[in-house]
Ligand binder design. Structure first.
Ligand code: ADP
Ligand code: MG
Length: 207
């Protein structure tokens, strides 16, 4: 992992999120306030703007600066939560570990930081219903040498997590104000997180 790979991944995420703009906007209109797509696109664009400045820097520095940028520019609960995830990841980076082990331990650290910050866990109809299962699967596969196989598994786990939010009742975030009425809708943050993970997995699978 290096700065270039991180920005390439971000570019792929941007393409997929832009393609699903209307869908994500609608999901947040149904159980939130409709701004989720705007927050996500802003976060991606602000991060991509750092590309030249951060080129050649160590991955933990790149992630830390992206996290700070998102924290200071992006609104909504998702802005602070994604920033916390990315900054949490940056703290755990270790040049001693292999790429795969590094990614697993960084991601787990980031997800734990997000859980703590948002006081949320699995089954509350948030993006954590995608991110927690993905972190568990990454840990499980951290010794697997076939990266395409890992990417394929992660993609499936993320999709399953995203779909699981449909029948859940929201107990965190704006959607929780709807109580029972939040049921029957996919969580917007779960969908955007899943699309981002899918975009990264596809670049690995198609490499
Ligand atoms: P806001 O809810 O402030 O309008 P966004 O619309 O950008 O912010 O983000 C909404 C998404 O944030 C939700 O779909 C959900 O996935 C996620 N979310 C909300 N609260 C939490 C929380 N406590 N922990 C994790 N994710 C959360
Ligand atoms: Mg919103």
């Amino acid at each position: 992992m290096d700065a270039e790979k991180i920005f390439n991944a971000l570019n792929q995420i941007k393409i997929s999120i832009d393609q699903h703009k209307d869908e994500i906007e609608k999901l947040d209109q149904e159980i939130g306030d409709g701004d989720h797509i705007f927050n996500i696109q802003r976060g991606i664009n602000e991060s991509l703007d750092l590309k030249d400045e951060l080129s050649g820097q160590a991955p933990n520095e790149v992630l830390k600066k992206i996290g700070i940028k998102i924290m200071t520019t992006v609104g909504g609960s998702s802005g602070a939560l994604f920033a916390t995830l990315i900054m949490g990841m940056s703290k755990k980076y270790s040049s001693e570990l292999t790429n795969q082990k590094n990614i697993a331990s960084m991601f787990t650290e980031g997800v734990n930081a997000m859980k703590k910050r948002g006081k949320a866990d699995l089954g509350e109809k948030t993006m954590l219903d995608v991110l927690i299962p993905v972190s568990i699967e990454l840990e499980k596969l951290s010794d697997q040498k076939d990266v395409k196989l890992v990417a394929g598994n992660i993609k499936e786990v993320a999709e399953k997590g995203m779909l699981s939010t449909k029948n859940l009742i929201a107990t965190k975030g704006r959607a929780s104000f709807l109580g029972q009425r939040s049921k029957g809708h996919i969580d917007p943050g779960a969908r955007s997180s899943q699309l981002a993970i899918e975009a990264i997995c596809n670049t690995i699978i198609n490499a």
